[in-house]
Design a binder for this molecule. Structure first.
Ligand code: F6R
Length: 609
């Protein structure tokens, strides 16, 4: 959370900084600021509110200069306010910094610095870093920054700027993302690639502990010991348009509609030429490796966790290995039973979620074999895991995750088939049948997306209800959980998902006349039982929207409305049923006038514990 940018070169810094922050606003949007050096002084402009407020503030009087840094904030220490907004300056005004992360020992550092006479202007943890730099400054910018890094504890991506050293920016990171864009006579720093992609595709992905001295015409990256590293250039393959709205009103809607392509891109490179088997060249696994795996542990947060619930089902059903699943923030604190016979599967769109990363590190420490499924190449989780499978969903900007979920389901499904093939847990015929069904999924998502009008109508009709329930059994239940999360986070409607058979153990008490219940009924083996549960809520006068596979003529007899998705194998249908749930959440949020892409209190990438 929080987005940071930096510019040094021959052009004007401010336009890049503001544009870069605009692309990073998904990371936090409660205040924003920039600092630009004009050749004599550093001008800092910052304000509470969205980036638009900052843009308005500087319009007509843009800070001039070719060296600058910027920040868009998601508040952790200190409420959103002008003075807590970054960049932060020292007492002299010689140094200025932007920070993403948390300085854990800031209180003790702050006390010491106050005793030494430093005057603090904000309530943030970040401000200690810049005063500490002022305190330890010895005339050498880099060695002074290194001294600061020795004294601070916590997570950070930091950019340091000084008017004493206007030929450079220094940046570094620990547990928070940072990329450097290589330009021509100018260089860029950012939390994420969308901020720089309009200027360059050549990047360095900065690793933990690395420190970069970024000048207009050179970049020197050093390790913790100060040795220069021969850094590999990571060439971004997607283009700037991929990080734009492309004519859609919101990123979320665009990303929902991108799902056929995202899913196809995730499937295609992993199918054998004749389409008869799954190829995972990324993994060097054989039967002996898999036979040594006694259980799989899946760890993730939020939507990725919800995808993991489906993944557990896939692996157990198809590979017949027991699977545990944990919310990442719980995993470390329950003394998990993990050893070298455990395959630890971490799921993360961003690859930067702090709890997921910490769980991964803990599992590694306990000896587990680790595999990450992530969407961001070179992310911290991708680098930390022993093996990685990428979802090729393209950049996901909207805070509410959509295409990351469906591509994660696809990859979990393919991984399960791959493992089942190696272990001989499924017949060749069954695997071929499932691959044939898999290949049809992108087209089936497109078909599902054609039927939007009824969903818009339901959203208008029920968008002002304060409670909505989602029910289903088996995989339908897992998809319900994701549907409820989508509705909660962007429309602020209270939504709960229940295993349909569990309702009568308490929650049925909440079902009264007119309460909307979204009932998924696609799992054939529990279909009749789900119907019984639907009848139970109908008998209490709930308004039921059923979700069924095309060809189902039964469900409509018992519910108020039905949404149908193409019929496919029951294992794959979650990739389709989630689509109307995403759309329902989207249009409910629109009905209520909520800010879909920037829901209150949230940010895209949660890099704090
Ligand atoms: C919900 C959502 C979040 C994320 C969660 C994990 O729509 O986006 O719940 O799924 O914060 O993020 P990643 O997948 O980046 O680890």
């Amino acid at each position: 959370m929080c987005g940071i940018v930096g510019y040094i070169g021959k052009g004007q810094a401010a336009p890049f900084l503001l544009d870069g922050l605009n692309k990073l606003e998904y990371r936090g949007y409660d205040s924003a600021g920039i600092a630009v050096y004009d050749g004599n002084n550093i001008r800092v402009e910052k304000t509470v509110g969205r980036l638009a407020a900052l843009q308005e503030k500087v319009a007509g009087n843009m800070p001039q200069g070719s060296l600058g840094i910027g920040h868009t904030r998601w508040a952790t220490h200190g409420r959103p306010s002008d003075r807590n907004a970054h960049p932060h300056t020292d007492c002299s005004g010689d140094f200025v910094i932007v920070h993403n992360g948390i300085i854990e020992n800031y209180l003790s550092l702050k006390e010491t610095l106050i005793e030494k006479g430093h005057i603090f202007k904000s309530e943030t943890d970040t401000e200690v870093v810049v005063h500490l730099l002022e305190e330890v400054y010895n005339g050498d910018f880099e060695s002074s920054v290194r001294e600061v890094l020795r004294q601070i504890e916590g997570s950070y991506a930091l950019v340091f700027m000084s008017k004493k050293h206007p030929d450079r920016l220094i940046c570094t990171k620990q547990d928070n993302p940072l990329v450097i864009g290589l330009g021509n006579g100018e260089n860029f720093i950012a939390s994420d690639i969308p901020a720089i992609i309009a200027r360059t595709r050549k990047t360095y992905i900065v690793a933990d502990g690395e420190l970069a001295i970024v000048k207009g015409d050179s970049i020197t990256v050093k390790d913790r010991a100060g040795n220069v590293i021969d850094k590999e250039i990571f060439e971004v393959t997607w283009n700037a348009e991929a990080a734009e709205k492309g004519g859609y009103e919101h990123f979320m809607l665009k990303e929902i509609h991108e799902q056929p392509k995202a899913v196809r891109d995730t499937i295609s490179p992993r199918l054998s030429k004749d389409g008869s088997s799954i190829v995972m060249d990324e993994l060097k696994w054989d039967a002996s490796f898999l036979n040594n795996i006694h259980k799989v542990t899946i760890v993730a947060c939020g939507t990725a966790y919800n995808a993991g619930l489906v993944g557990k089902y896939y692996i157990e059903k198809l590979v017949r290995i027991p699977v545990e699943i944990d919310i990442a923030s719980e995993f470390r604190y329950r003394d998990p039973i993990v050893d070298d016979h455990t395959l630890m599967l971490v799921l993360s769109q961003s690859g930067e979620t702090s709890d997921t990363l910490a769980a991964l590190k803990e599992a590694k420490r306990l000896g587990a074999k680790t595999l990450a499924i992530t969407n961001v190449v070179g992310s911290s989780i991708a680098r930390e895991a022993a093996q990685v499978l990428y979802t090729w969903a393209g950049p996901e900007i909207a805070v509410a995750s959509t295409k990351a979920y469906t591509t994660q389901l696809i990859l979990l499904f393919m991984l399960s088939l791959y493992m089942a093939g190696i272990k001989g847990a499924q017949s060749k015929e069954r695997i071929a049948e499932l691959i044939a069904a898999l290949e049809k999924v992108p087209g089936e998502i497109s078909e599902t997306l054609e039927d939007v009008e009824p969903i818009k109508t339901f959203a208008k009709q029920y968008g002002f209800n304060e409670d909505v329930f989602y029910i289903g059994r088996s995989l339908d239940y897992h998809v319900s959980i994701e549907g409820a999360l989508k509705l909660k986070e962007i429309s602020y409607i209270h939504a709960e998902a229940y295993a349909a058979g569990e309702l009568k153990h308490g929650t049925l008490a909440l079902i009264v006349k007119g309460v909307p219940v979204i009932a998924l009924a696609t799992q054939t083996d529990v279909y009749e039982k789900t119907l019984s549960n639907i009848k139970e809520v109908k008998a209490r006068d709930a308004v039921v929207i059923g979700i069924a596979a095309k060809g189902d003529t039964e469900l409509e007899k018992y519910v108020d409305h039905v949404i149908k998705v193409p019929a496919t194998d029951t294992l794959l249908i979650p990739v389709l049923t989630v689509v109307p749930l995403q759309l329902l959440a989207y249009y409910a949020a629109i009905t209520r006038g909520a800010d879909v892409d920037k829901p209150r209190n949230l940010a895209k990438s949660v890099t704090v514990e």
